[in-house]
Design a protein around this ligand. Structure first.
Ligand SMILES: C[S@@+](CC[C@H](N)C(=O)[O-])C[C@H]1O[C@@H](n2cnc3c(N)ncnc32)[C@H](O)[C@@H]1O
Length: 317
């Protein structure tokens, strides 16, 4: 069964695919184990295709390249993540950070995470702390931010906030390996730490992203969701005029919840209003990820046939 190539909306992928066909299995399967530990699993809520749980999948697992009838047969989510982020050339073995098997979920309301993270000396963590800052809340593995940071050295700083400590440790290790002096990852609960971190940063806060946040499906767990009113207020307070907020989720209910929160802020304009040419569907969901690369959860969700609901907002000037 073929993977639908419309998922490959990142130019680098379409360029890379033909080249890697011959060595696809060897190179990507060797990388896959590291990704398996951190794929962020929760059920896909809105499959475009109906398929029976384990039998009929969009992807086909094969162990030998010769068994695959085409390149598309060997694509699984970890491999696709490896492919999409191939140009980062991240080291597979991170002995310095130890075993990276991480817990799939951490409760952000736990006592351990109620203490705000210490504000770092921004001059220690960034080469130039006056540069415009992007904050990714719940950055997961950090690859998404590393990819952006690598392309914007000297023009932007990137801060990732994450409550899974081992991922933060590895993200910072990777940032160092890539010699990225514009990137820093913090073990920080955004709920308790965002305000102090954002307000103490010397430069302007230009972009905040919350991408595929943990959905916490059960109603009694909704209070664990990262985007709550105080965080919305804090983002708005700290965002510079013209600064942007990018949110997305493959869980419609979560996306609608985030949309409702930002729609209710008069100062936040939906990007469609600012630029009607921005590609949105009739409900105002962005058709593609405007950052030029997809997050890991997004890759996983789209591979499974789910729709990703994206919104971009801009603070009025
Ligand atoms: C489903 S993952 C998505 C990761 C990444 N943004 C992506 O799209 O691939 C959500 C991440 O948010 C982190 N997270 C959840 N609550 C958080 C909080 N209050 N502050 C910081 N990170 C949080 C989780 O540990 C997890 O890594």
């Amino acid at each position: 069964m073929a993977v639908i190539f419309s998922h490959f909306h990142t130019p680098s992928i379409t360029m890379v695919l033909p080249k890697v066909a011959s060595c696809f299995c060897r190179s990507l399967f060797s990388q896959s184990t590291i990704y398996n530990h951190q794929l962020l699993h929760y059920p896909i809520q809105n499959p475009i295709f109906n398929f029976n749980s384990n039998c009929q999948r969009i992807r086909t697992r094969v162990t030998k390249f010769s068994e695959a009838s085409s390149v598309t047969d060997v694509i699984s989510s970890p491999n696709l993540v490896a492919l999409e982020y191939a140009d980062l050339k991240l080291p597979i073995n991170c002995e310095e950070v130890g075993n990276i098997r991480v817990r799939q979920h951490v409760n952000p309301l736990s006592t351990a995470l109620s203490v705000p993270a210490e504000v770092p000396d921004w001059n220690d963590v960034f080469k130039d702390s006056s540069l415009p800052l992007m904050v990714d809340i719940g950055c997961g593995s950090g690859r998404f931010l590393l990819w952006l940071a690598k392309r914007n050295i000297g023009s932007n700083n990137y801060l990732g906030l994450e409550i899974r400590k081992k991922l933060v440790k590895r993200s910072n290790f990777w940032a160092k390996e890539l010699s990225l002096s514009n990137t820093h990852f913090m073990f920080a609960n955004a709920t308790t730490s965002f305000q102090q971190l954002a307000s103490s940063y010397p430069g302007p806060l230009v972009l905040v992203s919350i991408l595929c946040p943990d959905p916490h499906f059960k109603k009694r767990h909704h209070k664990r969701r990262v985007l709550q009113k105080p965080l919305v207020d804090s983002i708005l307070d700290n965002l510079t005029s013209g600064g942007q907020v990018f949110v997305q989720s493959d869980v419609h209910e979560v996306a609608v919840d985030m949309r409702n929160q930002f729609d209710s802020v008069p100062d936040m304009l939906h990007i469609d209003v600012i630029d009607p040419n921005f590609g949105c569907d009739p409900d105002g969901w962005l058709l593609n990820n405007p950052m030029g690369i997809r997050t890991e959860r997004e890759i996983h969700a789209e591979l499974e046939g789910a729709k990703v609901y994206r919104r971009m907002y801009q603070k009025g000037t």
